[in-house]
Design a protein around this ligand. Structure first.
Ligand code: TYD
Ligand code: MG
Length: 466
Protein backbone atom coordinates (compact mmCIF):
# COMPACT_ATOMS: atom_id res chain seq x y z
CA UNK A 1 0.00 0.00 0.00
CA UNK A 2 1.25 3.46 -0.81
CA UNK A 3 2.30 5.64 2.08
CA UNK A 4 -0.59 7.85 3.11
CA UNK A 5 -0.12 11.36 1.76
CA UNK A 6 -0.28 14.35 4.08
CA UNK A 7 -2.24 17.37 2.92
CA UNK A 8 -2.59 20.83 4.29
CA UNK A 9 -6.19 21.92 4.42
CA UNK A 10 -7.41 25.46 4.95
CA UNK A 11 -9.62 25.49 8.06
CA UNK A 12 -11.57 28.37 6.62
CA UNK A 13 -12.47 27.41 3.06
CA UNK A 14 -11.45 23.75 2.85
CA UNK A 15 -8.91 24.13 0.01
CA UNK A 16 -6.21 21.48 0.07
CA UNK A 17 -2.49 22.03 -0.63
CA UNK A 18 0.46 19.65 -0.80
CA UNK A 19 2.72 22.05 1.14
CA UNK A 20 2.22 24.33 4.11
CA UNK A 21 2.22 28.06 3.55
CA UNK A 22 1.30 31.03 5.67
CA UNK A 23 -1.49 32.16 3.39
CA UNK A 24 -4.26 30.12 1.84
CA UNK A 25 -4.35 30.67 -1.92
CA UNK A 26 -7.99 29.65 -1.93
CA UNK A 27 -9.54 32.29 0.31
CA UNK A 28 -6.57 34.55 1.06
CA UNK A 29 -6.74 33.97 4.81
CA UNK A 30 -3.56 33.75 6.84
CA UNK A 31 -2.48 30.96 9.14
CA UNK A 32 -5.41 28.70 8.41
CA UNK A 33 -3.62 25.68 6.89
CA UNK A 34 -3.47 22.62 9.04
CA UNK A 35 -2.03 19.19 8.42
CA UNK A 36 -4.57 16.47 7.72
CA UNK A 37 -4.52 13.08 6.12
CA UNK A 38 -6.91 13.12 3.16
CA UNK A 39 -7.36 9.44 2.37
CA UNK A 40 -10.35 8.83 4.59
CA UNK A 41 -13.91 9.98 4.53
CA UNK A 42 -16.15 11.13 1.74
CA UNK A 43 -14.48 12.22 -1.47
CA UNK A 44 -11.14 10.70 -0.51
CA UNK A 45 -8.87 9.06 -3.10
CA UNK A 46 -10.33 10.79 -6.14
CA UNK A 47 -7.78 9.06 -8.37
CA UNK A 48 -9.14 5.59 -7.69
CA UNK A 49 -11.38 4.14 -10.39
CA UNK A 50 -15.03 3.83 -9.46
CA UNK A 51 -16.30 0.41 -8.65
CA UNK A 52 -19.38 -0.62 -10.60
CA UNK A 53 -22.61 0.75 -9.18
CA UNK A 54 -26.14 -0.46 -9.54
CA UNK A 55 -28.67 1.72 -11.43
CA UNK A 56 -31.46 3.52 -9.61
CA UNK A 57 -35.02 3.82 -10.90
CA UNK A 58 -35.82 7.24 -12.34
CA UNK A 59 -39.17 8.73 -11.41
CA UNK A 60 -41.21 11.45 -13.05
CA UNK A 61 -41.09 14.99 -11.71
CA UNK A 62 -44.88 15.10 -11.78
CA UNK A 63 -45.54 12.79 -8.90
CA UNK A 64 -47.31 13.01 -5.61
CA UNK A 65 -46.18 15.98 -3.56
CA UNK A 66 -46.48 15.83 0.18
CA UNK A 67 -45.76 18.66 2.52
CA UNK A 68 -42.69 17.89 4.56
CA UNK A 69 -43.89 16.60 7.95
CA UNK A 70 -42.98 19.08 10.65
CA UNK A 71 -42.94 19.30 14.39
CA UNK A 72 -43.75 22.78 15.59
CA UNK A 73 -41.96 23.70 18.80
CA UNK A 74 -44.75 25.97 19.99
CA UNK A 75 -42.17 28.75 20.41
CA UNK A 76 -43.69 31.01 17.77
CA UNK A 77 -40.60 33.02 16.92
CA UNK A 78 -38.59 29.82 16.40
CA UNK A 79 -41.32 28.25 14.26
CA UNK A 80 -41.50 31.42 12.20
CA UNK A 81 -37.77 31.25 11.47
CA UNK A 82 -37.82 27.54 10.60
CA UNK A 83 -40.84 28.04 8.35
CA UNK A 84 -43.32 26.21 10.56
CA UNK A 85 -41.34 23.79 12.67
CA UNK A 86 -38.57 21.20 12.53
CA UNK A 87 -38.82 19.11 9.36
CA UNK A 88 -38.56 15.39 9.90
CA UNK A 89 -35.54 13.81 8.26
CA UNK A 90 -33.74 17.10 7.84
CA UNK A 91 -30.56 18.58 9.24
CA UNK A 92 -30.37 22.09 10.56
CA UNK A 93 -27.31 24.13 11.46
CA UNK A 94 -27.65 26.79 14.13
CA UNK A 95 -24.63 29.09 14.20
CA UNK A 96 -23.75 31.98 16.45
CA UNK A 97 -21.10 33.56 18.64
CA UNK A 98 -20.24 31.73 21.84
CA UNK A 99 -22.49 32.83 24.68
CA UNK A 100 -25.23 34.21 22.47
CA UNK A 101 -27.80 31.66 23.66
CA UNK A 102 -27.78 28.76 21.20
CA UNK A 103 -27.78 26.10 23.90
CA UNK A 104 -30.47 27.98 25.79
CA UNK A 105 -32.74 28.25 22.75
CA UNK A 106 -32.32 24.61 21.81
CA UNK A 107 -32.86 23.41 25.37
CA UNK A 108 -36.10 25.39 25.50
CA UNK A 109 -37.18 23.97 22.14
CA UNK A 110 -36.28 20.43 23.28
CA UNK A 111 -38.43 20.87 26.37
CA UNK A 112 -41.51 22.16 24.54
CA UNK A 113 -41.26 19.40 21.94
CA UNK A 114 -40.75 16.71 24.58
CA UNK A 115 -43.83 18.01 26.42
CA UNK A 116 -45.87 17.38 23.26
CA UNK A 117 -44.96 13.72 23.67
CA UNK A 118 -42.19 13.47 21.06
CA UNK A 119 -38.91 11.88 21.98
CA UNK A 120 -35.99 14.27 22.08
CA UNK A 121 -32.29 13.60 22.62
CA UNK A 122 -29.90 16.36 23.61
CA UNK A 123 -26.21 15.52 23.17
CA UNK A 124 -23.84 17.97 24.76
CA UNK A 125 -20.20 17.80 23.80
CA UNK A 126 -19.27 20.96 25.62
CA UNK A 127 -20.91 20.72 28.99
CA UNK A 128 -21.19 17.96 31.55
CA UNK A 129 -24.61 16.45 32.28
CA UNK A 130 -24.79 18.34 35.58
CA UNK A 131 -24.23 21.67 33.84
CA UNK A 132 -26.90 20.99 31.27
CA UNK A 133 -29.31 20.00 34.06
CA UNK A 134 -28.54 23.19 35.90
CA UNK A 135 -29.46 25.24 32.85
CA UNK A 136 -32.60 23.20 32.25
CA UNK A 137 -33.63 23.85 35.84
CA UNK A 138 -33.17 27.57 35.37
CA UNK A 139 -35.28 27.42 32.20
CA UNK A 140 -38.04 25.47 33.92
CA UNK A 141 -37.36 22.58 31.55
CA UNK A 142 -36.07 20.08 34.08
CA UNK A 143 -39.22 17.97 34.26
CA UNK A 144 -39.51 17.66 30.47
CA UNK A 145 -38.67 14.20 29.22
CA UNK A 146 -35.51 14.96 27.26
CA UNK A 147 -32.86 12.27 26.86
CA UNK A 148 -29.50 13.73 27.78
CA UNK A 149 -25.95 12.60 27.01
CA UNK A 150 -22.52 14.16 27.27
CA UNK A 151 -20.66 12.54 24.40
CA UNK A 152 -18.41 13.56 21.53
CA UNK A 153 -17.83 10.35 19.59
CA UNK A 154 -20.09 10.13 16.54
CA UNK A 155 -19.97 6.33 16.61
CA UNK A 156 -21.11 6.26 20.23
CA UNK A 157 -23.84 8.84 19.61
CA UNK A 158 -25.26 6.93 16.68
CA UNK A 159 -25.02 3.63 18.53
CA UNK A 160 -26.93 5.20 21.42
CA UNK A 161 -29.60 6.58 19.13
CA UNK A 162 -29.95 3.21 17.45
CA UNK A 163 -30.75 1.39 20.68
CA UNK A 164 -34.38 2.56 20.50
CA UNK A 165 -36.83 3.90 17.95
CA UNK A 166 -35.42 7.04 16.30
CA UNK A 167 -36.17 10.22 18.26
CA UNK A 168 -38.09 13.07 16.63
CA UNK A 169 -35.40 15.59 17.44
CA UNK A 170 -31.67 15.21 18.07
CA UNK A 171 -29.65 18.22 19.22
CA UNK A 172 -25.88 18.06 18.80
CA UNK A 173 -24.21 20.81 20.81
CA UNK A 174 -21.79 21.44 19.17
CA UNK A 175 -20.56 20.09 15.84
CA UNK A 176 -17.04 21.36 16.57
CA UNK A 177 -16.64 18.97 19.49
CA UNK A 178 -17.62 15.85 17.54
CA UNK A 179 -15.07 13.38 16.27
CA UNK A 180 -15.30 10.18 14.32
CA UNK A 181 -12.69 7.47 14.00
CA UNK A 182 -13.26 7.52 10.24
CA UNK A 183 -10.99 10.54 10.13
CA UNK A 184 -7.60 10.64 11.78
CA UNK A 185 -7.30 14.37 12.42
CA UNK A 186 -8.06 16.23 15.64
CA UNK A 187 -11.60 17.27 16.68
CA UNK A 188 -12.55 20.70 15.37
CA UNK A 189 -10.59 20.35 12.11
CA UNK A 190 -12.38 20.59 8.80
CA UNK A 191 -12.04 16.90 8.07
CA UNK A 192 -13.45 15.88 11.45
CA UNK A 193 -16.31 18.34 11.36
CA UNK A 194 -17.21 17.41 7.80
CA UNK A 195 -17.15 13.68 8.44
CA UNK A 196 -19.04 13.99 11.72
CA UNK A 197 -21.68 16.22 10.16
CA UNK A 198 -21.97 13.82 7.23
CA UNK A 199 -22.62 10.92 9.59
CA UNK A 200 -25.25 12.83 11.58
CA UNK A 201 -26.98 14.05 8.40
CA UNK A 202 -26.99 10.50 7.03
CA UNK A 203 -28.61 9.39 10.29
CA UNK A 204 -31.32 12.06 9.90
CA UNK A 205 -32.09 11.04 6.30
CA UNK A 206 -32.12 7.36 7.14
CA UNK A 207 -34.35 7.50 10.21
CA UNK A 208 -36.50 10.59 9.69
CA UNK A 209 -35.24 12.28 12.82
CA UNK A 210 -34.57 16.01 12.69
CA UNK A 211 -30.93 16.65 13.58
CA UNK A 212 -29.95 20.10 14.80
CA UNK A 213 -26.23 20.85 14.71
CA UNK A 214 -24.93 23.75 16.76
CA UNK A 215 -21.91 25.55 15.32
CA UNK A 216 -19.75 28.31 16.67
CA UNK A 217 -19.06 31.27 14.49
CA UNK A 218 -15.65 32.86 14.10
CA UNK A 219 -15.22 36.58 14.50
CA UNK A 220 -15.43 36.99 10.72
CA UNK A 221 -18.96 35.63 10.86
CA UNK A 222 -18.24 32.23 9.36
CA UNK A 223 -19.25 29.05 11.09
CA UNK A 224 -15.85 28.13 12.48
CA UNK A 225 -13.88 26.02 10.10
CA UNK A 226 -16.36 24.25 7.93
CA UNK A 227 -18.28 26.34 5.51
CA UNK A 228 -18.71 22.93 3.97
CA UNK A 229 -21.30 22.08 6.60
CA UNK A 230 -23.50 24.91 5.35
CA UNK A 231 -23.76 23.16 1.99
CA UNK A 232 -24.53 19.81 3.51
CA UNK A 233 -27.44 20.72 5.76
CA UNK A 234 -31.02 21.57 4.73
CA UNK A 235 -31.24 24.81 6.65
CA UNK A 236 -28.80 27.26 8.19
CA UNK A 237 -29.73 29.74 10.87
CA UNK A 238 -27.68 32.30 12.67
CA UNK A 239 -28.43 33.39 16.17
CA UNK A 240 -27.17 36.91 16.52
CA UNK A 241 -27.25 39.88 18.81
CA UNK A 242 -25.03 42.51 20.32
CA UNK A 243 -23.41 41.67 23.61
CA UNK A 244 -24.77 44.21 26.06
CA UNK A 245 -28.23 44.06 24.50
CA UNK A 246 -30.87 41.58 25.46
CA UNK A 247 -32.31 41.12 22.00
CA UNK A 248 -31.42 38.05 20.02
CA UNK A 249 -32.36 37.48 16.42
CA UNK A 250 -32.62 34.09 14.78
CA UNK A 251 -31.99 34.70 11.11
CA UNK A 252 -32.52 32.05 8.44
CA UNK A 253 -29.88 32.21 5.70
CA UNK A 254 -30.71 28.98 3.93
CA UNK A 255 -33.81 26.82 4.07
CA UNK A 256 -34.72 24.03 1.70
CA UNK A 257 -38.14 23.79 3.30
CA UNK A 258 -39.23 27.37 3.80
CA UNK A 259 -38.56 31.06 3.34
CA UNK A 260 -35.12 32.50 4.05
CA UNK A 261 -36.02 36.03 4.95
CA UNK A 262 -37.91 35.39 8.15
CA UNK A 263 -36.46 36.23 11.52
CA UNK A 264 -37.36 35.23 15.03
CA UNK A 265 -36.84 37.80 17.76
CA UNK A 266 -36.10 36.90 21.36
CA UNK A 267 -35.15 38.65 24.53
CA UNK A 268 -32.68 37.05 26.96
CA UNK A 269 -33.98 37.10 30.49
CA UNK A 270 -32.91 35.41 33.70
CA UNK A 271 -35.32 32.57 32.86
CA UNK A 272 -34.04 32.03 29.34
CA UNK A 273 -35.22 33.40 26.02
CA UNK A 274 -38.58 35.09 25.73
CA UNK A 275 -40.39 35.59 22.46
CA UNK A 276 -40.83 39.13 21.22
CA UNK A 277 -43.93 39.29 19.10
CA UNK A 278 -44.00 43.03 18.58
CA UNK A 279 -40.44 43.99 17.69
CA UNK A 280 -41.21 47.59 16.74
CA UNK A 281 -42.33 48.49 20.24
CA UNK A 282 -39.17 46.93 21.57
CA UNK A 283 -36.80 48.74 19.23
CA UNK A 284 -38.54 52.08 19.69
CA UNK A 285 -38.93 51.58 23.44
CA UNK A 286 -36.33 53.97 24.81
CA UNK A 287 -36.58 56.59 22.12
CA UNK A 288 -35.86 60.23 22.78
CA UNK A 289 -37.97 61.72 20.01
CA UNK A 290 -36.75 65.31 20.36
CA UNK A 291 -33.04 64.59 19.82
CA UNK A 292 -31.50 65.63 16.51
CA UNK A 293 -29.97 62.87 14.40
CA UNK A 294 -32.61 60.21 15.01
CA UNK A 295 -34.90 58.95 12.26
CA UNK A 296 -37.40 56.10 12.45
CA UNK A 297 -37.07 53.62 9.62
CA UNK A 298 -40.07 51.56 8.60
CA UNK A 299 -38.46 48.29 7.55
CA UNK A 300 -39.61 44.82 6.56
CA UNK A 301 -38.15 41.57 7.81
CA UNK A 302 -39.51 38.71 5.79
CA UNK A 303 -43.24 39.19 5.98
CA UNK A 304 -43.17 41.33 9.07
CA UNK A 305 -42.79 45.10 9.35
CA UNK A 306 -40.21 46.29 11.89
CA UNK A 307 -39.77 49.90 12.92
CA UNK A 308 -36.33 50.85 14.20
CA UNK A 309 -34.59 54.06 15.09
CA UNK A 310 -31.49 55.07 13.16
CA UNK A 311 -29.17 57.41 15.04
CA UNK A 312 -26.55 59.57 13.40
CA UNK A 313 -23.95 61.85 14.90
CA UNK A 314 -22.08 64.23 12.63
CA UNK A 315 -19.28 66.22 14.27
CA UNK A 316 -16.42 68.39 13.04
CA UNK A 317 -13.40 66.13 12.63
CA UNK A 318 -10.01 66.75 14.14
CA UNK A 319 -8.44 63.99 12.09
CA UNK A 320 -6.87 64.15 8.64
CA UNK A 321 -9.14 61.34 7.49
CA UNK A 322 -12.53 61.72 9.15
CA UNK A 323 -13.97 58.73 10.93
CA UNK A 324 -16.88 56.71 9.61
CA UNK A 325 -18.19 54.30 12.21
CA UNK A 326 -21.28 52.17 11.59
CA UNK A 327 -23.07 49.74 13.88
CA UNK A 328 -25.95 47.73 12.47
CA UNK A 329 -25.69 48.80 8.86
CA UNK A 330 -23.45 48.37 5.84
CA UNK A 331 -20.36 50.58 5.86
CA UNK A 332 -20.12 50.98 2.10
CA UNK A 333 -23.80 51.84 1.91
CA UNK A 334 -23.14 54.74 4.31
CA UNK A 335 -20.29 55.97 2.11
CA UNK A 336 -22.67 55.89 -0.82
CA UNK A 337 -25.35 57.94 0.94
CA UNK A 338 -22.69 60.45 2.04
CA UNK A 339 -21.42 60.74 -1.53
CA UNK A 340 -24.92 61.29 -2.90
CA UNK A 341 -25.64 63.95 -0.25
CA UNK A 342 -22.45 65.73 -1.26
CA UNK A 343 -22.80 65.41 -5.02
CA UNK A 344 -26.51 66.14 -5.39
CA UNK A 345 -27.55 68.09 -2.31
CA UNK A 346 -24.46 70.19 -1.69
CA UNK A 347 -24.04 68.81 1.81
CA UNK A 348 -20.34 68.45 2.47
CA UNK A 349 -19.37 66.00 5.17
CA UNK A 350 -15.75 65.55 4.08
CA UNK A 351 -14.40 67.25 7.22
CA UNK A 352 -16.90 65.68 9.59
CA UNK A 353 -16.74 62.45 11.57
CA UNK A 354 -19.87 60.41 10.98
CA UNK A 355 -21.20 57.85 13.45
CA UNK A 356 -24.22 55.76 12.63
CA UNK A 357 -26.00 53.39 14.96
CA UNK A 358 -29.10 51.26 14.65
CA UNK A 359 -30.85 51.26 18.01
CA UNK A 360 -31.33 48.12 20.07
CA UNK A 361 -28.49 46.10 18.56
CA UNK A 362 -30.57 45.44 15.47
CA UNK A 363 -28.96 44.94 12.06
CA UNK A 364 -30.58 46.32 8.90
CA UNK A 365 -29.95 44.61 5.58
CA UNK A 366 -32.50 46.39 3.41
CA UNK A 367 -31.42 49.15 1.00
CA UNK A 368 -34.75 50.82 1.83
CA UNK A 369 -33.03 52.30 4.89
CA UNK A 370 -31.07 54.77 2.71
CA UNK A 371 -33.62 57.55 3.06
CA UNK A 372 -33.89 57.17 6.84
CA UNK A 373 -30.10 57.22 7.13
CA UNK A 374 -29.93 60.36 4.99
CA UNK A 375 -32.62 61.99 7.14
CA UNK A 376 -30.72 61.14 10.34
CA UNK A 377 -27.47 62.49 8.89
CA UNK A 378 -28.97 65.76 7.70
CA UNK A 379 -30.85 66.15 10.97
CA UNK A 380 -27.67 65.73 13.01
CA UNK A 381 -25.64 68.04 10.78
CA UNK A 382 -28.25 70.80 10.99
CA UNK A 383 -28.90 70.11 14.65
CA UNK A 384 -32.59 69.98 13.80
CA UNK A 385 -34.70 67.22 15.35
CA UNK A 386 -36.96 65.42 12.90
CA UNK A 387 -40.70 65.39 13.63
CA UNK A 388 -41.27 62.78 16.31
CA UNK A 389 -44.28 61.31 14.49
CA UNK A 390 -42.55 60.72 11.14
CA UNK A 391 -41.13 57.56 9.57
CA UNK A 392 -38.76 57.32 6.60
CA UNK A 393 -38.02 54.69 4.00
CA UNK A 394 -36.80 54.57 0.42
CA UNK A 395 -33.80 53.48 -1.58
CA UNK A 396 -31.43 56.19 -2.81
CA UNK A 397 -29.73 55.71 -6.15
CA UNK A 398 -26.38 57.18 -7.12
CA UNK A 399 -28.14 59.79 -9.25
CA UNK A 400 -29.84 61.14 -6.14
CA UNK A 401 -33.24 59.72 -7.07
CA UNK A 402 -35.38 58.11 -4.40
CA UNK A 403 -36.50 54.73 -5.68
CA UNK A 404 -39.62 52.79 -4.75
CA UNK A 405 -39.33 49.86 -2.36
CA UNK A 406 -41.41 46.75 -1.84
CA UNK A 407 -44.33 46.37 0.59
CA UNK A 408 -45.16 50.06 0.72
CA UNK A 409 -48.61 49.69 2.28
CA UNK A 410 -47.41 47.27 4.95
CA UNK A 411 -44.75 49.66 6.18
CA UNK A 412 -47.25 52.49 6.37
CA UNK A 413 -49.79 50.33 8.14
CA UNK A 414 -47.35 49.34 10.86
CA UNK A 415 -46.26 52.96 11.33
CA UNK A 416 -49.89 53.99 11.67
CA UNK A 417 -50.49 51.25 14.21
CA UNK A 418 -47.67 52.58 16.37
CA UNK A 419 -48.98 56.13 16.34
CA UNK A 420 -46.93 57.72 13.58
CA UNK A 421 -48.82 60.22 11.47
CA UNK A 422 -46.51 61.11 8.61
CA UNK A 423 -44.10 59.36 6.33
CA UNK A 424 -41.42 60.50 3.93
CA UNK A 425 -41.36 57.88 1.20
CA UNK A 426 -40.70 57.26 -2.48
CA UNK A 427 -43.62 57.77 -4.85
CA UNK A 428 -46.45 55.59 -3.51
CA UNK A 429 -47.18 52.33 -5.24
CA UNK A 430 -50.36 50.31 -4.94
CA UNK A 431 -53.79 51.48 -3.92
CA UNK A 432 -54.46 54.65 -1.95
CA UNK A 433 -56.83 53.37 0.73
CA UNK A 434 -54.16 51.16 2.32
CA UNK A 435 -52.12 54.19 3.23
CA UNK A 436 -54.93 56.49 4.30
CA UNK A 437 -53.96 56.33 7.99
CA UNK A 438 -50.88 58.45 7.41
CA UNK A 439 -49.97 61.77 5.89
CA UNK A 440 -47.63 60.91 3.00
CA UNK A 441 -44.81 63.21 1.91
CA UNK A 442 -43.36 61.47 -1.13
CA UNK A 443 -39.99 62.65 -2.47
CA UNK A 444 -38.55 61.69 -5.81
CA UNK A 445 -35.11 63.19 -5.23
CA UNK A 446 -32.90 63.25 -2.16
CA UNK A 447 -32.88 67.05 -2.41
CA UNK A 448 -36.60 66.87 -1.65
CA UNK A 449 -35.82 65.29 1.71
CA UNK A 450 -33.20 67.90 2.54
CA UNK A 451 -35.66 70.67 1.64
CA UNK A 452 -38.26 69.05 3.87
CA UNK A 453 -35.93 68.95 6.88
CA UNK A 454 -34.79 72.50 6.20
CA UNK A 455 -38.39 73.72 5.98
CA UNK A 456 -39.05 72.09 9.33
CA UNK A 457 -36.28 74.04 10.95
CA UNK A 458 -36.25 77.27 8.98
CA UNK A 459 -34.01 77.35 5.95
CA UNK A 460 -31.00 78.74 7.83
CA UNK A 461 -29.80 75.35 9.10
CA UNK A 462 -29.24 73.75 5.76
CA UNK A 463 -28.04 76.91 4.06
CA UNK A 464 -25.28 77.12 6.66
CA UNK A 465 -24.39 73.49 6.25
CA UNK A 466 -24.42 73.53 2.45
P1 TYD B 1 -25.74 29.78 26.03
O1 TYD B 1 -27.04 29.23 25.62
O2 TYD B 1 -24.86 28.91 26.88
O3 TYD B 1 -24.89 30.27 24.80
P2 TYD B 1 -24.21 29.44 23.60
O4 TYD B 1 -24.69 28.04 23.68
O5 TYD B 1 -24.61 30.16 22.36
O6 TYD B 1 -22.73 29.55 23.81
O7 TYD B 1 -26.06 31.15 26.75
C1 TYD B 1 -25.14 31.68 27.58
C2 TYD B 1 -25.47 33.08 28.03
O8 TYD B 1 -26.85 33.33 28.26
C3 TYD B 1 -24.77 33.26 29.32
O9 TYD B 1 -23.94 34.39 29.21
C4 TYD B 1 -25.85 33.44 30.34
C5 TYD B 1 -27.05 33.83 29.55
N1 TYD B 1 -28.30 33.29 30.12
C6 TYD B 1 -29.24 34.14 30.65
O10 TYD B 1 -29.06 35.36 30.67
N2 TYD B 1 -30.43 33.63 31.14
C7 TYD B 1 -30.66 32.29 31.13
O11 TYD B 1 -31.75 31.87 31.60
C8 TYD B 1 -29.66 31.41 30.60
C9 TYD B 1 -29.88 29.92 30.58
C10 TYD B 1 -28.52 31.95 30.10
MG1 MG C 1 -23.59 26.35 24.17
Amino acid sequence: MAKSKIQFICQNCGSAFPRWSGKCDGCGDWNTLSEESPDTGIGANPGKTLSKGSPVKLVSLAGNVEEAPRIASGIKELDRATGGGFVQGSALLVGGDPGIGKSTLLMQASATIARQGHSVVYVSGEEAVAQVRLRAKRLGAIEANVGLAAETSVENIIATLETGPPPALVIIDSIQTLWTNQAPSAPGTVTQVRNSAQAMIAYAKKTGACVVLVGHVTKEGQIAGPRVVEHMVDAVMYFEGESGHHYRILRTVKNRYGPTDEIGIFEMSDKGLREVSNPSELFLGERNASAPGAAVFAGIEGTRPVLVEIQALVVQSTLGTPRRAVVGWDNSRLSMVLAVLEAHCGIRLGDHDVYLNVAGGYRIVEPAADLAVAAALVSSLCNAALPSDAVYFGEVSLSGAVRPVSQFAQRIKEAGKLGFTRATTPKPTGSKENTASIDLHPVTELTGLVAQIAAGKGAAGVAKAG
